[in-house]
Structure formats: structure tokens, C-alpha cells
Design a protein around this ligand. Structure first.
Ligand SMILES: NC(=O)c1ccc[n+]([C@@H]2O[C@H](COP(=O)([O-])OP(=O)(O)OC[C@H]3O[C@@H](n4cnc5c(N)ncnc54)[C@H](OP(=O)(O)O)[C@@H]3O)[C@@H](O)[C@H]2O)c1
Length: 388
């Protein structure tokens, strides 16, 4: 939707997070893209600091509670719906959605409804409502450009390959901090142990999702929607070095890999800068120094998230939204010390089992499924808490 010849205008939602702050760094020396708006959840001080440094005056904060003084010259929208209002008012060419969780879905919708292309880090939007989000993008003539490293890699690999020459796509997974552990050994790990990701530095929720391997499951649903690929043609391979991000298997039996040092700045820059590449300071890959790249099948006994996700994805309708909501509630309970690590995935499975599928043909219906799954999982989590 960007008009050529003009400076591209971007709004960054989730600017205070891991992806958001890296995007601001990437764009600091890009004089073809202007950050016109920034939004965050609750961290007002960090939002104001980032905006002041970048000279951005149009802001939104989802939380209404903050003590900081709004800087001079800044217009701050506050509360539920404020990020969406910022997008509707500014009508940017591009929105980077780097918000975590289901809260990102209404921001994805606001971007597309206002005709902006979407650089999407918020995978939960696609997991919960991929079919409707894709439809919305098509109806409004907008592009969805993946920021998630595996999907940005796949999108780059797929450029120029005819669809009928592709047999399978593989997402690699680091395996997280508990690769090689048994379920029993993992059952009662601490929050710090689970947050200690071996190759990536990320926000809390995605770090826990990586430790349970739910993250890779969510990425399968994301890939299914982004690339229109069936679940039986999607594979996961554990690759602890996180150098190969994705693989495409071709009909002649050959595979193409996208490789690089694990640094989110590369996919962020590629996505927000219009599928282009430049030197943004990512360390060059020296395979001679890395020495060896290893691959193994995921251990589904120890990490049961993947089959649960594939089941929810295949069921479709409201099931992926239920999966996503149950996982968010269980992860929050774990991060708050109210739930054992080993209970996260079983709780998601119980929720999926107990809630009746809905067709999920409207966003309202998915909101309803999300609310029901949150209530059920919260109740189940507190029952576990009481019984331990
Ligand atoms: N980090 C990575 O390397 C990585 C890689 C691939 C994909 N992703 C995906 O990118 C997304 C962001 O991940 P992250 O690691 O950057 O998370 P993060 O560090 O936790 O940051 C999350 C951001 O979302 C904002 N936020 C939270 N709730 C909000 C709400 N209700 N309204 C508006 N903003 C809200 C937060 O604001 P406050 O800070 O003010 O609360 C923060 O700016 C996730 O979907 C994740 O799966 C991340």
C-alpha cells in the first residue's frame, strides 16, 4: 500500500518489548521509513523514553495506570482501544505488530482495516484467527509480512519457487533450555530456568513457550496460514545451534535452507524494510567456526505440545483460539509461580478437550471462545494450585 516516492510511515505496536526495541534500533539509520506512532502495554516511562529519542509524538498506552508525566508536545491515547485508535488516526503505510498475546489480534485487525501492510511478530493473531485475518488482508489489499525468523526465512526461500515444486516445509527449533530432558525432570523447574533460552533473548511469554515447545506448535499454525500449507506437509526439526532457520523440500528431493546467526534484527529489518536486505550489523555466519550443525526429531513424549497443536489446527474453527488462550493463561500462572511447569501443556489439552468447537466464522465468535478458554483454564489452574 506504500506510495512510492514518499517516505514510508510506520506505527510500532509493542515498541517497549524485545522485538519493538530492536525494530527501533534497526530503523534509526533508515531515512526512508519514518516512525510516526508508537504504542505499548503498560510501561509508560520506557514508551516516553523511546519516543523522545526517536522524535515521535503520537503515542498510545493500553494501560490507564501510569504515574509519569506525559512529555511536552506528545499526544497520548490511553486505555483499551487506544492502540487501534492511534492506527486509525495516523493511517500509516505499515504497522509492526510486536505486541504479545491475543491482545495483538485487534491491532492486527486495525492495521488491515485501515489499509496498512502488516509486519507481523504477533503470531497469536494468526494462531487464533488466521483464516479471518488472511481474508481481511485480501479484502483490503494488504500484505502480511512475517517477522518470526522461521517464517521470514520460509518467505525468502519460497520467492521464485513454483508452488507445484514444493513438497514440504520444515521449521527448526532450538529445543529450548530443557532439550534432552524427560518430562519428570522438567516437571518442577523454576521460572528462571525456563526463561534461560540457550540461543535467543526474548520476552517472557515466548521464552516459556520455547521451553515447552508450544512456540514451535504456534509457529506451525502460523506457517499453515501464511503459506497455505497443509499440516502434513509441515515438519519440525530440533536444531540446537539455531543457525538453519527453515528448510524447503523440493519435488526433486533437494532441500533449500536459510541460515544465519540467531539475531532477530535480520528478519525484523527484512520485514519492515519491504523485503529488502542491507548490512544492519548482524554478525556474519562463519560455518568453519561453528563447526557442526546437528538435527534431531522432537521428543514428543517429553514435549507433547506439538501433537496437541496439530490436532487443534486440523480441527480449525475456534479450536486454535482456545489452544492459544489456554496456553496464555497457563504460562502466566507459571510465570507467577502458581502452576508447575509440567502442568502447562496438560492444562491446555484439558481445555481443548472440554470446550466445544465453534465454527469461528467471525471475530466475535473467536473472542467468545477466547474468553471461555481463559475462564476454564484459570479455574483449572487454581484447582491444581489448591490441590498441591
Ligand atoms: N522476542 C523475539 O525474539 C520474538 C521472535 C519471534 C516472534 N516473537 C513474537 O513477537 C511478539 C512480541 O514478543 P516479545 O518477545 O517482543 O515480547 P515482549 O518483550 O514481552 O514485549 C511485548 C510488547 O507488547 C506490549 N503489550 C503487552 N500487552 C499489550 C496490550 N494489551 N496492548 C498493547 N501492547 C501490549 C508490551 O508493552 P509493555 O512492555 O508496556 O507491557 C511490549 O511492548 C510475540 O507474539 C512473540 O511470539 C518474538
Amino acid at each position: 500500500m506504500c506510495q512510492h516516492g514518499f517516505m514510508k510511515r510506520i506505527v510500532i505496536a509493542g515498541v517497549t518489548g524485545s522485538i519493538g526495541t530492536q525494530a527501533v534500533e534497526v530503523l534509526a539509520d533508515n531515512d526512508e521509513i519514518a516512525i510516526v506512532g508508537m504504542a505499548a502495554g503498560a510501561k509508560a516511562r520506557e514508551l516516553f523514553e523511546l519516543a523522545t529519542v526517536a522524535g515521535v509524538t503520537e503515542l498510545a498506552l493500553a494501560s490507564e495506570r501510569f504515574a509519569e508525566q506525559v512529555p511536552d508536545g506528545v499526544t497520548l491515547r490511553v486505555g483499551a482501544g487506544s492502540v487501534e485508535a492511534l492506527i486509525a488516526e495516523l493511517k500509516p503505510d505499515l504497522v509492526l505488530n510486536a505486541v504479545v498475546g491475543y491482545a495483538g489480534l485487534s491491532i492486527t485487525r486495525a492495521a488491515l482495516e485501515n489499509g496498512a501492510d502488516l509486519a507481523l511478530a504477533n503470531k497469536e493473531s494468526l494462531v487464533a484467527a488466521g483464516h479471518l485475518v488472511k481474508e481481511l488482508a485480501a479484502d483490503n489489499g494488504c500484505e502480511i509480512i512475517p517477522v518470526d525468523s522461521e517464517h521470514a526465512s520460509l518467505a525468502q526461500l519460497l520467492e521464485g519457487i513454483p508452488a507445484d515444486e514444493i513438497s514440504n516445509m520444515t521449521l527448526t527449533a532450538s529445543g529450548g533450555p530443557f532439550r534432552g530432558w524427560t518430562a519428570e525432570r522438567m516437571a518442577n523447574v523454576t521460572v528462571d530456568e525456563a526463561l534461560n533460552h540457550p540461543t535467543w533473548t526474548m520476552g517472557g511469554k515466548i521464552s516459556i513457550d520455547s521451553a515447552t515447545m508450544m512456540n514451535k506448535g504456534l509457529e506451525l499454525i502460523e506457517a499453515h496460514h501464511l503459506f497455505g500449507v497443509r499440516y502434513e506437509n509441515l515438519k519440525v526439526l530440533v536444531h540446537p545451534q539455531s543457525i538453519v532457520h527453515a528448510l524447503v523440500e523440493l519435488t526433486d528431493g533437494m532441500q533449500m535452507a536459510h541460515m544465519g546467526m540467531p539475531d532477530m534484527k535480520a528478519p525484523i529489518a527484512w520485514a519492515v524494510e519491504g523485503r529488502t536486505r542491507r548490512n544492519i550489523g548482524v554478525a556474519p555466519l562463519d560455518l568453519g567456526v561453528i563447526g557442526s550443525l546437528t538435527f534431531e526429531e522432537p521428543d514428543l513424549m517429553a514435549f507433547p505440545a506439538l501433537p496437541i497443536v496439530i490436532e487443534a489446527g486440523t480441527r480449525g474453527g475456534s479450536a486454535p483460539a482456545v489452544l492459544n488462550a489456554a496456553n496464555e493463561v497457563a504460562v502466566t500462572a507459571f510465570l507467577q509461580g502458581r502452576l508447575g511447569f509440567g502442568r502447562i501443556i496438560p492444562l491446555v489439552a484439558v481445555c481443548l478437550e472440554q470446550l466445544q468447537d465453534m465454527p469461528g466464522s467471525t471475530f466475535d465468535e473467536l473472542d467468545e471462545a477466547d474468553r471461555a478458554a481463559r475462564a476454564l483454564t484459570a479455574e483449572a489452574a487454581s484447582a491444581v494450585e489448591v490441590s498441591t
